[in-house]
Structures are given as structure tokens and as C-alpha cells.
Design a protein around this ligand. Sequence first.
Ligand code: ADP
Length: 496
Amino acid sequence: MHRILFATSEVFPLIKTGGLADVSGSLPPALQALHYDVHIIIPGYQDVLTAIKQKKQIAEVAIPEHNATISLWETRLPGSHIKVWLVDFPPYFDRPGNPYHDTKGEAWPDNADRFALFARTVTAIALDQCDLSWKPDLVHCNDWQTGLVPALLSLVPQRPATVFSIHNLAYQGLFPRDTFDRLQLPEQWWSPEALEFYGQISFIKGGLCFADQLTTVSPGYANEIQTPEFGHGLEGLLRHRSTSLTGILNGIDDQVWNPGTDRYLPNPYNWKRLEDKQLNKTALQEHCGLTVDPSIPVIGLIGRLVHQKGIDMVLHVLPELMLEPVQFVILGSGELEFSKQLQYLAQSYPQKLFAFIGYDEALAHLIEGGADMFLMPSRFEPCGLNQLYSLRYGTLPIVRAVGGLADTITDAEDETIKSGIANGIVFRDAGPMSLLQAVKRALDLYRKPKIWKKVIITGMRQSYSWETSAKQYGALYDKLLRSEKSSNDVLLYHSG
Ligand code: ADP
């Protein structure tokens, strides 16, 4: 049984700011079901350590570069048998709120030190230096917070294989040169072939340059990030590594996101009992103080309120859309300016527009269950999860044709409707006018109940299970470990 150490900065349900947590909470159990022995490792954030009742300390690890001794705690991923290890170092992680920034949305000033310490601890465990009687065959790292792990491991000849997954290339972990010096990293890494990126240190390059295998969360995004439009300056490097880069579409946790059993829905339903979805719509309209009327289409939007998600375009078209017979429910948090504008508009149209600024798991489920449509006008979208939840919940996705959105949503045109593959509305240009037209097309479709039903049932019957994705990760691990074994055999042959 292959042993996999899964290093991540967030995991649902212990700590979540976005899709990475969903992946980290779902992929390891799906891999375990395929007989991989997976352990998860995350930083010991205050919120997590205080919330967990069942935990034990299993090791103390000295990290000399940080003058630190960390405590390693062990718990289980709720609802599974997967072990989760928590890297506890109070000066870095015992603080309230978000893993990456303070309550004002400002990045923690010591983020480089925090995630470098985390990476050094993961590396020590990966090299079996902590008396844990468990040595991984492969370390699976995720996003810039773990980028230094493949780099540090590359310094050791006899080491586990490494996989680095890109969940969002826009977040790179860039810090000034003096950070590089403070972190006591090998001087040869200050080079464009390694961690240097236009005069700064880039944590994500640790993963991109040094991991044995790269993955990202959809085939579409794997292609896009090799182009200047989506590559954030790293497209050349990614093209260089293209034979080691695979796109594997995320799955969804179909226990958590199942309209038939969803504990947050007053009226669970499935594609055979679509009339019950209407009752959730009423509950949503009531919850949001909107006019309660089953005939008015409700459009939902959930996500980080940032430029990536096209929230500025939504703000641009909302006043015009408010002239249509339509309601909007928006749930999100992020940039202050977007939040303010949304709240202002919501106050101007109290019966048609509801905006909740904050994080609310229950409301997210009620929106998926109660809304008729779901809007995702992203400028780029590595995979996107909400369009997959929306498919499952019979909530028509209206998406821009990028990354994972383009991979999963087929536009409702005459031909695709006829052939039974249409499952949403897709638009191309990243501009408010295209967005507006797409929403209007969705509203037109809504007025044709027979076709509408056909399109949403197509989506509801599609499957995006983690099992399919986990099998692809498993195949990748196996291939890597086979080639790793043969190269180690060669090494032993030469040295012996
Ligand atoms: P990203 O990782 O770029 O933020 P994804 O679509 O991959 O976007 O995943 C976002 C996840 O976070 C989804 O599960 C979504 O429902 C959830 N989410 C985002 N914002 C909120 C919020 N304000 N309240 C509740 N859930 C949220």
C-alpha cells in the first residue's frame, strides 16, 4: 500500500477559505478507498486546535532555521479514518481568523516565515526524521504555501516522490529578496531557474521547478496556464514542464453536496422530485426578505469578491438587470470596495437583491437548493466547484468559457439541447455586455419550462464523483513510484 503525505494549508471541514479546502477534504478519503495510506498535514491554526476535542501530541520537531521547536498533533479528518497532523507553533499560527490574512484583509506580515516553517516540518516528516514510524513514498503538495517542500526534498538523493498541484496560479507567494536571505535557503536557488522571480522569491516556483510531477485542477486550465493570458508570467516555465503537467478535474463531495440528503435544505429533492426544489426557493426568498413568488427566477452567486470572479462585471450590470423580473442572492467575502457596492445596491433593491457579506456554509447550501440559476462570470477559473454543485442541484449554471467552467458546462443551443448534452449557459467575452446577454438568454430559457427541465435534468444526472478523479491521481502516483523505484534501483546498482 503506497503511503502518501498530503500537505495543504486548508482542509474541509477543519478550516476552509475556498476550493482548496474542499479538494483536501475529499481527495484523501477517495484515495484511501482506493487503498492508498494517506495522511494529511496542515498548520495548527488557532481555530482548528481549539475546535478539535480529540487530539494527541505525537512528536516535537526542532526546526533550527527558525529557531523553533514545533509540536505535532494528531487528529482524524471528521467522518473518516484519515489521520491529520497539525504543525503547532503558537508564534506563527495561534492567532484568530483567516489562515492568510488579518481581519482587515491584509496578508499576515510573516506569511513567508509561517509557510517556510510548515514546509520544513513537512520535509522533516517526509524524510522520516521525526520518529513517527511512517515514511511516505510520495508527498503531494498544494499551492504556494507548500511550494518549498519539493525544493527542499530535491536536495536529498533518497527521498519520496513529489507531486505539486496548482489550485490557483494567481497566488504565488512572492516576497522580497531579504526574505530569501532570512529563510536560509541555498544561495543557488536565487536564480530564474529556481525560486527567483523578477527580483523576488516565489514560493510557488519551488513546486513548479522541483516537483517530479505537476497537476492542476482541470484539463482546460492546464492548457491555459501555458499561455501569456493565464500564465501570470510563469507560462514559459510551465510550457517547459508540459510533459510533466496533467489536468485532473476536481470531483465534488457527494455526501456534503447532495440535494437528496442535504441537511441545510428544508426540502431535500432529486431530479425525479423537482417540484420540491420550489419549496426551497420559497425558503430562500423568505430567508433573504425577497418577494416570495415562485414565478420570479432567482439567480445565486457565491464566492470570493475579487476581480478574478468577475464581481466588478456583475456590479456593472446589476442596475440594468434589476429592471427584469428577476431576483439575485449573493453570498461572498473579499475586497471591501466590492462588498460596499453590493451592500449599497442591495439596500436600493431590497425585494430583488440580497447580499450577505461573510462566510456562511448553510446559506451556500440554501442558495444552491433554492436558486434557479447560478452565475460564475470568472475571468479565469482553475476548476470551479460551484458550477458542479449547481449541476447537481438543478440550478442552471451561467458561466464564462474558461478553465474548468469550459470543461464542464455545455452551452444550451438548439443543437446541444436536441442532442441532450446542454447543461448550462456559456459566454465567451469577459465584458459586462456578454454577461448581460448570457443572463438574458438564461431568462429566456426559463420561460420555456419543457426545455428548461430537460437542460437541468441533464446536469443533475451527470456525475462528478471524487472516485473518478482519485483514480487519475492514483494512476499518476503509481507511474511516478514505478519510475522512482527503477531509478533508485539504478542508484543502488551503481553505488553497490
Ligand atoms: P475558489 O477556490 O477560487 O474560491 P471554488 O469555486 O473552487 O473557488 O471554491 C469555492 C468554495 O468555497 C465553494 O465550495 C464555495 O461554495 C465556497 N465559498 C466561497 N465563498 C463562500 C462564502 N462566502 N460562504 C460560503 N461558502 C463559500
